[in-house]
Design a protein around this ligand. Structure first.
Ligand SMILES: [Zn+2]
Length: 254
């Protein structure tokens, strides 16, 4: 039985740790210290390191982890991560026999040029592409790329648990409410996640079903989202990519 545990790193990053009684694998270790401390405290052996993209707050801890543990490092083939031992892309799978887990790899460019996600055990590790109630900034890709990456993730089953890279949920919900003030599912989400944060707990994982119901970046065809994008732009548009680009730009200024 694989358990998935959040380790807090840096300011608001999560290093998602898949574990059983003896072994662990970590996703996006931006910092080594919390991982090393957790492995020592729980008497676990590291089995693998998985990276979603090249940003330092996701891969910065890898060299120090490798100094203590010789394990494979999986990550996007077309991004500059010097510590990778196993460069991968969509169509590849990652097997972690120590955990009895196999994950498939999806290409989801947009935040960075070759960002990948890992999907398996009803779980999605999506780095800085899909956030709880939001999405990543477009640093190296276009709105069109990001939108099709998000659509690929949104096509996974409703029950899929979403493990993203940062605790941005409350700020994202505040923006989502500006876009869709009448969305009742958003109000319910704010009430629940506000309580979790007040108790110092993560709001993650969410589920894909919940993201489809509340995340404005997955809802660019909804009339209320189109209307808000039009108000923001002061123009009449309905093309979903333009709606997406408008609310992404609005969020940057929000
Ligand atoms: Zn990033």
């Amino acid at each position: 039985m694989t358990e998935i545990v959040p380790l807090q790193a840096l300011k608001d990053n999560y290093v998602w740790t898949l574990r059983n009684a003896t072994h662990a694998a970590v996703v996006d270790p931006g910092e080594a210290r919390p991982v090393l401390e957790y492995l020592a405290r729980e008497k676990l052996q590291l089995a693998a390191i998985l990276a979603t993209h090249h940003h330092p707050d996701h891969v910065g801890g890898i060299p120090q982890l490798l100094a203590a543990h010789r394990v494979p490092v999986y990550g996007p083939k077309r991004e500059p991560i010097p510590t990778l031992t196993d460069p991968i892309a969509e169509g590849d799978t990652v097997s972690i026999p120590e955990l009895g887990v196999t994950l498939s790899v999806l290409d989801i460019p947009g935040h960075t040029r070759a960002h990948i996600a890992y999907y398996g055990v009803e779980s999605l590790f999506c780095g800085d592409t899909l956030f709880a109630c939001g999405c990543g900034r477009l640093f190296e890709g276009t709105a069109e790329q990001m939108m099709s990456s998000l659509a690929k993730l949104a096509a996974l089953p409703d029950a899929t648990r979403v493990f993203c890279g940062h605790e941005y949920t409350l700020a994202n919900i505040a923006f989502a409410q500006a876009v869709e003030p009448a969305n009742a599912a958003l109000a319910a989400r704010l009430a629940r996640d506000g309580k979790l944060r007040a108790a110092g707990k993560p709001t993650l994982p969410s589920t894909l079903g919940e993201e489809r119901a509340t995340n404005p970046f997955l809802r660019c065809r909804e009339p209320a989202v189109v209307e808000s994008a039009n108000k923001y732009l002061g123009a009449r548009i309905s093309d979903p990519v333009r709606v997406f680009a408008a609310i992404r730009e609005w969020k940057n200024r929000f």
